[in-house]
Design a protein. Structure first.
Lengths: 308, 662
């Protein structure tokens, strides 16, 4: 059995002159929950669409279960559950019709799972899809995807439109599915608290370029926040190794640092701070710090003159 | 597959109901508003044509509407091949299409077939034109599917399939036989189906399509480009045409005429006026012809020519199935000739039912049909209005008022079957002329035989005209058929008496006919720019095929003249234009980084198809994006791993120093 379920090699995609995914290499191991992170427009959905053969790469290739993404066979597709961004299902169908339509294609359709999920979302099988709220529609899509009982579940922003309770249920079901280690989940999300709960590994795409692919712990370990307290106005920080971004207030400098080590510590000491404090980071905070690399100020502090 | 077909049908149910309802309304409108109509009527066929096109387009777009509503990926991601998903959609779409178009049409046909609804006979073959229209609509269905799936470089390039479907619609309307219409539909459908299928399975991208759908898509694009090209050429031709040439005051026309005294003279005309009248030896004669040949005071008699062209109504014409006696319809009845039965029938305008029938032996009433029928195919389809029925074995006249049928001419002993019988108006005196392969028969307006004489040439070889000075002088003129290839026929006039005996033979020297319609003009050589060598070869081959297969001498003649009209310079310009386009395609394919084989093929294509070849390349390969190579600085395409100039690979994205890979 192949160790990796998805294997992308030099995957590149242009839309016009804009490079949306640039020479991306990625391997997703079997049995893990893999989170795809990035800002809006980073290329997460484009990457998923290319991996599932809906979009032709400009250059490079990817394979799922060892099969080229552009030539996925029906057998391979039956092993992949895909929840597309936006939860687009046929509005004219009733929920029961949706199930009947989908189940006729998927040989390992699990009606019990479908029933369980839609009852969890309190959905009436006789309701028309177009009459459902955004969250309810998301619930239906999750039910339709889960009931396929796939080996690989690809969820493109599945929590979009879900309330906290439903989100929690989604997370629980993801954990449940991967308990035996047979299923693999690839999902993209902006809700990092959710990612933190379920993901084994994360990858971060920044403007089409893969910058990170590691476990959650490794990521967190590599990003640090240091607060330097001064008795008077803080000095110019100059060049600090691994500085992602800094934020200066009256007597204090907050630094986000990548790969905090002895060398960095030594450089910081030279600044003459009264007190140096290392603040623990959540994934969300680490992620934000990571992607704000190079920024010296926040959006509002930069534009505060305009706002006032 | 069943689930998919069911989904397609149910999904479009309201559109289905709407179109079906509209179709049925049309049928109701047709049945209520029009009494004397048939489903083979041109007005009704205009509805079936337009209805089929609209239904095909609407249902075609509905078939692939997922692409517009972001449901495409939800639809595609299921364990089925894209071909089977495509077929499921197509089956569903076609079921829908044939239901919405077929049901109203069959209702109309059934209504027409029920006696009493329409005061006209019904023949089931009359449904062929409407059926052809409905089948033709499937081309528009596939064209709409293709348009929905194509990723367009330019907006019109989405519509390329519709151009081919339009060609199919034009063919269905123009061809004489139903099987030819069917063939046109099959060919267009096969091409459009393959193109739509290829676009569906690759979501509109060209590169990954199978060769068969690539070819089909190219045919669609070429069809649309050729249509645009033809329109452009037509406009240029209209602008460049020298219309004055046809009205030139310098043009002199000559002809031979016969005076009322039986003398043959040569007349020269210029701008419609006689400028000289001479005898056969060129000696001027002082004959005043005050008001033209058609005037009864004219000094000359008219020839009445017998056409050598035989028209057969197309499968879309009512007269193909039923002959009508339009002028002979009375206040109470319409009269028809039932070709398939071989007799005549009269229908009451009031009740719509059949009132009588008539055969060679007379009229029959009270639902009785004639014991004997008219034999063989009718020869004089357009002349039924004169109450004459011509068959190879005889000619009949029908008097509907007095309910009389009379045989006025039979096949003479030793003569072959009749080929022609027509009513002519010669010097304000009606006569009838009949022609067999060997003889000519001339009847008076009372339908009595004036004379018959053996023919020197058949009407297929020569133009035959008859001039009359009753009761004793008759002239038969044989001239070389303008359209015939038999050039050895010499212009002559044979004078015969009422017994058909030759009493004079006059050989006529060739006339100086000013015939410069197909004159070579050097300026027309410029058309070589838009007619590349491939088009010229195709046109030449097409002309040769037509020349070889068409028996109609008129068509053959015009195709032979076309050759003479094209100057040598045209071919030279065409080849130069082809070479320039080949060069452009070679350069373009290099810019798009095609391999050597691809570049050569596109160059050949550019040479053969000219501007069309260049446009096809641009449409198929889409907008080009290039970037400066980091190594050689030359512009390179992004879809190749190695630079086409220096062979270096694209560099990996520059690291920021904060990457984490584990």
């Amino acid at each position: 059995m192949d160790e990796y379920i998805i294997n992308a090699n030099d995957l590149t995609r242009y839309f016009g002159k804009r490079c949306v995914i640039s020479s991306l290499n990625l391997k997703i191991p079997r049995g893990c929950v893999f989170a795809l992170l990035g800002r809006n427009g980073a290329g997460k959905t484009t990457l998923i669409r290319m991996m599932l053969g809906f979009l032709e790469p400009t250059r490079g290739s990817s394979a799922v279960f060892g099969c080229d993404s552009m030539d996925l066979t029906p057998e391979i597709r039956s092993r992949i559950g895909y929840l597309a961004e936006g939860h687009n299902v046929y509005g004219w169908m009733k929920i029961a019709e949706c199930e009947s339509f989908q189940s006729s294609f998927f040989p390992s359709w699990n009606h019990a799972i479908f029933k369980k999920v839609i009852s969890h979302f309190d959905l009436d099988p006789s309701s028309k899809v177009r009459e459902l709220s955004r969250g309810e529609r998301a619930g239906l899509c999750i039910a339709l995807t889960m009931a396929q009982d796939p080996e690989l579940l690809v969820l493109d922003d599945p929590a979009l439109g879900l309330d906290p309770v439903a989100r929690r249920s989604l997370l629980e079901s993801m954990v449940y599915l991967t308990q035996k280690g047979e299923k693999t989940i690839l999902f993209s999300s902006h809700l990092l608290s959710d990612v933190e709960r379920v993901a084994d590994r994360i990858s971060i795409i920044d403007k089409g370029i893969l910058r990170t692919e590691c476990t959650l712990d490794t990521f967190r370990r590599n990003i640090s926040r240091i607060v330097l307290h001064f008795s008077g106005p803080p000095p110019d920080i100059g060049s600090i190794p691994g500085l992602l971004h800094s934020f200066t207030t009256e007597n204090r400098i907050t630094l986000a640092l990548f790969g905090y080590d002895e060398n960095t510590e030594h450089t910081l000491k030279k600044l003459g701070a009264e007190k140096t404090e290392k603040v623990p980071l959540s994934l969300e905070e680490a992620f934000i710090s990571y992607l704000r690399e190079g920024e010296q100020k926040s959006f509002f502090s930069e534009n505060s003159g305009d706002i006032s | 597959m069943k689930a998919l077909i069911y989904k397609e049908i149910k999904e479009n149910l309201k559109f289905w109901g709407g179109i079906l309802g509209f179709g049925i309304l049309l049928v109701v409108f047709y049945t209520i508003e029009n009494n004397y109509r048939s489903i083979c009527n041109r007005d009704f066929l205009a509805w079936t044509t337009m209805g089929s096109i609209i239904a095909g387009l609407v249902i075609g777009f509905l078939t692939v509407k997922e692409t517009f509503f972001k449901q495409w990926e939800f639809f595609l991601h299921r364990p089925a091949t894209r071909t089977s998903l495509f077929m499921g959609k197509i089956y569903g779409g076609l079921i829908l299409y044939f239901t919405v178009t077929g049901i109203p049409f069959l209702l109309a046909a059934a209504w027409s077939a029920i006696p009493g609804n329409i005061a006209a006979p019904f023949v089931w073959r009359m449904i062929l034109p409407g059926t052809a229209d409905i089948l033709m609509g499937t081309s528009f269905y596939f064209a709409a599917v293709l348009a929905g799936m194509t990723i367009a470089r330019w907006y019109w390039s989405r519509l390329t399939g519709i151009a081919l479907a339009s060609v199919c619609a034009a063919a269905v309307n123009a061809v004489p036989e139903f099987w030819q219409a069917l063939l046109a539909v099959i060919v267009a459908d096969a091409v459009l189906f393959a193109a739509a299928w290829g676009s569906f399975i690759t979501r509109g991208t060209y590169k990954r399509q199978p060769w068969i759908s690539k070819t089909a898509l190219s045919i669609c694009i070429i069809a649309s480009l050729v249509i645009v090209q033809c329109i452009a050429v037509g406009i240029i031709f209209e602008l460049a045409k020298d219309n004055n040439r046809y009205r030139s005051s310098e043009t002199v026309w000559e002809n031979y005429r016969i005076t009322r005294k039986g003398k043959i003279v040569k007349i020269k005309r210029k701008s419609g006026h006689i400028i000289s009248i001479t005898d056969m030896n060129g000696i001027p004669l002082s004959i005043e012809d005050p008001s033209g040949s058609s005037n009864k005071n004219s000094q000359f008699i008219d020839y009445r020519y017998i056409s050598s062209r035989f028209w057969s109504p197309s499968y879309r014409e009512y007269s193909r199935y039923i002959g009508t006696f339009g002028l002979y319809g009375s206040n109470e009845h319409y009269y028809f000739y039932l070709k398939h039965k071989g007799y005549i029938a009269g229908y009451s305008k009031e009740t719509g039912h059949r009132s009588f029938t008539a055969g060679p032996e007379g009229f029959f009433f009270n639902g009785k049909n004639p014991d004997t029928q008219f034999e063989g195919p009718i020869l004089n389809q357009p002349l039924l209005d004169f109450g004459i029925l011509t068959y190879s074995n005889g000619v009949y006249t029908i008097d509907f008022q007095h309910k009389e049928i009379k045989k006025i001419l039979g096949q003479a002993e030793g003569d072959g079957p009749l080929l022609h019988f027509l009513k002519v108006d010669a010097n304000n005196s009606f006569n009838y002329i009949g022609v067999s392969a060997n003889k000519i028969y001339v009847l008076s307006k009372d339908r009595n035989l004036l004379f018959s004489a053996p023919l020197k040439h058949s009407i297929k070889e020569a133009s035959i005209g008859v001039g009359m000075i009753p009761p004793e002088k008759y002239f038969i003129r044989y001239s070389p058929n303008f359209y015939s290839n038999k050039k050895e026929i010499q212009d002559c006039i044979i004078e015969v008496d009422s017994e058909g005996k030759t009493i004079g033979r006059y050989m006529l020297p060739p006339l100086n006919i000013n015939n410069k319609i197909y004159e070579q003009k050097k300026i027309s050589s410029l058309f070589g720019i838009v007619f590349p060598p491939g088009s010229v070869l195709a046109l030449k081959a097409g002309a040769e095929i037509i020349r070889a297969s068409v028996t109609d001498p008129y068509t053959v003649y015009h195709f032979s003249l076309l050759d003479k009209a094209i100057p040598l310079l045209f071919y030279i310009v065409s080849v130069i234009s082809g070479l320039v386009c080949a060069g452009i395609n070679y350069m373009l394919s290099g810019v798009y980084a095609l391999d050597k084989k691809g570049r050569m093929l596109w160059s050949v294509w550019g040479f053969l198809m000219g501007i069309t070849g260049i446009l096809l390349f641009l449409v198929l390969y889409g907008r080009l994006i290039r970037f400066a190579c980091a190594f050689c600085s030359k512009k390179r395409v992004p879809n190749r791993k190695q630079c086409e100039h220096c062979g270096k690979e694209f560099p990996q994205p520059e690291p920021k120093g904060i990457e984490i890979f584990e």
